[in-house]
Ligand binder design. Sequence first.
Ligand SMILES: Nc1ncnc2c1ncn2[C@@H]1O[C@H](COP(=O)(O)OP(=O)(O)OP(=O)(O)O)[C@@H](O)[C@H]1O
Ligand SMILES: [Mg+2]
Ligand SMILES: [Zn+2]
Length: 232
Amino acid sequence: MRDDDSMLSEILRIKPTVLPADKQNACQKCSAIYLGFCGNGLCSSCDRAAWLVAERSRLINETIRAIPTHFRWASFDNPEMLLERVHPKSAVEDARGHVRSLSIVITGGSGSGKTSLACALLRQASADRNQPGKFVTAFDLAVARQQHPLGEGEAPTVEGAFEAPILIIDEIGSEHGRNTATQEVIHHRHNWARATIYTTGFSAAELVQRYGDGILRRVFEGSSVIRLGGTT
Ligand SMILES: Nc1ncnc2c1ncn2[C@@H]1O[C@H](COP(=O)(O)OP(=O)(O)OP(=O)(O)O)[C@@H](O)[C@H]1O
Ligand SMILES: [Mg+2]
Ligand SMILES: [Zn+2]
């Protein structure tokens, strides 16, 4: 019977397997030797890391494309422009601290910077959560529902608003007519705990009159409220 010492010296004599030269590759990023063929010259770890970076940038670009052209400048990475357009300026830093909230409500008078701030938050939330963001106005939802033919399922704009992982609903309370598309989107997103950023120029009392207190509770429950200038 061999003792432990002789077993150990046998193990130490085992030489590492040398791969045939045509199967060896050095990763172009970390120089690790890997086996097999990989089109971009990276080992599996670096390949995965590169994929994650590309996927993240694809998601952020998708979110930026969803933001109306007029507000594509809005980003916490360019706070100077936000600070010029959001009143009071202190709300910019305050809002940044709430980017991870499931529900954010931005209230304020016309021109106080609600939509600008909401777009910066959407962009940041999309980057932080690695999820795409969408933008609709309450007006868009009502018109989409009104114009969609009966019997042909849900209007695509409304369907998109139900399902978007992160969504801005701009100007809640300002839509015309009696259709309930905005209320339904609020209700559905609350049920499924989907991140939503609301803006409104209306007071809570006015919103209760428009939507009822059940819907308003779903907007404000557990939400971060950012009050900008000229709040009604
Ligand atoms: N692309 C832009 N170019 C120039 N000024 C801009 C731009 N986007 C926003 N602003 C200005 O920034 C300020 C805030 O605009 P923003 O639309 O965010 O306000 P708001 O509170 O959403 O207004 P409203 O209630 O009318 O929708 C306004 O004075 C607006 O004119
Ligand atoms: Mg606006
Ligand atoms: Zn590598």
